[in-house]
Write a protein that binds this ligand. Structure first.
Ligand code: GRF
Length: 213
């Protein structure tokens, strides 16, 4: 049976990519395969994680292109060359334009380290998200996997998991807890769920085509 061809887009340490690789190894993701890892940073440790797992990697740095359009054209070319069905943003630190996201409706997902709609959108990335949660004094935070549309962190929510904030937490401590207790668990689950949906849609489309010809 056809599997969904996945590209994971990264910029940093790649612990979420690692969670996906581990989930594939354990057979938790049955309906997809990681065909490509694209990094927006040539020094990202995520690249080494991908290489170790035997996944092809490419570096596409924003600063290597004079415009957003040219940068996104380079991404598009790689994605179509790899016949990619699903794009997973796992700590990808580049903004994608409305035009780009509209070309992949319900085919881009992102992991965000808070319970959307709290602490999300423009300016909320990395440790800043956890700093804001601590500053506000919330007792629960967490992580969200959502579809990507033209609004930053605004697409339909797929899975969320809550994590407790403890007295004395620093942003670094909270970030680690959110990753361990939520991100690394919900991202593989969401990827498998979205792959099954895409396979089901493809099956229905083929049945309809067969019926109408
Ligand atoms: C994660 O916290 C993720 O939620 C956010 O960026 C971070 C990436 O970490 N979007 P890693 O590169 O997967 O370790």
């Amino acid at each position: 049976m056809k599997k969904i061809r996945i590209a994971v887009l990264v910029s940093g340490g790649g612990t979420n990519l690692q969670a996906l690789i581990n989930a594939f190894k354990k057979g938790m993701i049955k309906n997809g395969t990681i065909e490509l890892v694209i990094s927006s940073n040539k020094n990202a440790y995520a690249i080494q994680r991908a290489e170790k797992a035997g996944i092809p990697t490419c570096v596409v740095e924003r600063k290597g292109y004079s415009t957003q359009l040219l940068f996104e054209n380079a991404l598009d070319n790689l994605l179509s060359y790899g016949r990619i069905d699903l794009i997973v943003l796992a700590g990808f630190m580049c903004i994608l334009s409305k035009e780009f996201t509209l070309r992949y409706p319900k085919r881009i997902i992102n992991i965000h380290p808070s319970l959307i709609p709290s602490f999300c959108g423009k300016g909320f990335y990395g440790l800043r998200v956890h700093e804001a949660a601590i500053e506000r004094g919330v007792k629960l935070t967490g992580a969200t996997v959502h579809y990507v549309n033209e609004i930053p962190d605004g697409g339909e929510i797929i899975i969320q998991k809550a994590v407790g904030v403890r007295c004395g937490d620093t942003p670094e401590i909270l970030q680690k807890r959110v990753m361990r207790q939520a991100e690394w668990k919900i991202l593989p689950l969401a990827v498998e769920e979205v792959c099954s949906v895409l396979i089901e849609e493809e099956k229905k489309r083929k049945e309809r085509e067969w019926y109408l010809t």
